[in-house]
Every structure is written in C-alpha cells, then in structure tokens.
Design a protein. Structure first.
Length: 94
C-alpha cells in the first residue's frame, strides 16, 4: 500500500483496534483516515465539523471497554488549541 503524502510531514500513523482496515494519519497540515480495501488505501473522508484539519496534532484509537458487546471504532483527535474530539469511525461525536 502506498500513501501519497510527503514523508517529512507525516508524524503519526495508527490502526484501529477493532477494525484493522481503518488507519489514520496525522502530520504537519495533515489529518486523513483511510480504509484498506483491495490492496489499496481508500480515503474515508473524516468529518470534524468546521474545524481546520491542519490543526490536528495527535490521535489515538480507543478500544472498546472489556465485556462490551458493541464494537465501535472510536478515535480521539487532539487539536492545536487544546480541544479533544471524539470520533466514531469517520463521524464526529463530541
């Protein structure tokens, strides 16, 4: 698989705990979520509302709680202004 992103600007790449086909990438001016399918990474187009994706500074996939029967792909996204966003898949929740 190949990401057409400048390597010098890519800071983090993380795979989801529950769905290893979901991968998120954070870097200087970069916030992308991809889904691996058919030996390629396809953009998943995350929705972070009216926030500027270039202000994303860090990320962390959050595993489901032990004993939980539901499976949700939760991603915490840290912004440069200190705000932390909660996403489920590619949708903004909080």
């Amino acid at each position: 698989m190949f990401l057409n992103l400048p390597l010098s600007s890519t800071l983090q790449c993380a795979f989801s705990y529950g769905d290893s086909s979901l991968v998120s990438v954070v870097g200087q001016g970069i916030f992308k979520v991809f889904r691996a399918a058919d030996a390629a990474l396809k953009p998943a187009n995350p929705n972070i509302g009216k926030r500027d994706p270039s202000l994303v500074t860090c990320q962390a996939w959050v595993p489901d709680p032990p004993g939980s029967n539901e499976s949700k792909e939760r991603l915490l996204v840290g912004m440069a202004d200190g705000e932390v966003l909660l996403m489920e898949g590619t949708d903004l929740k909080a």
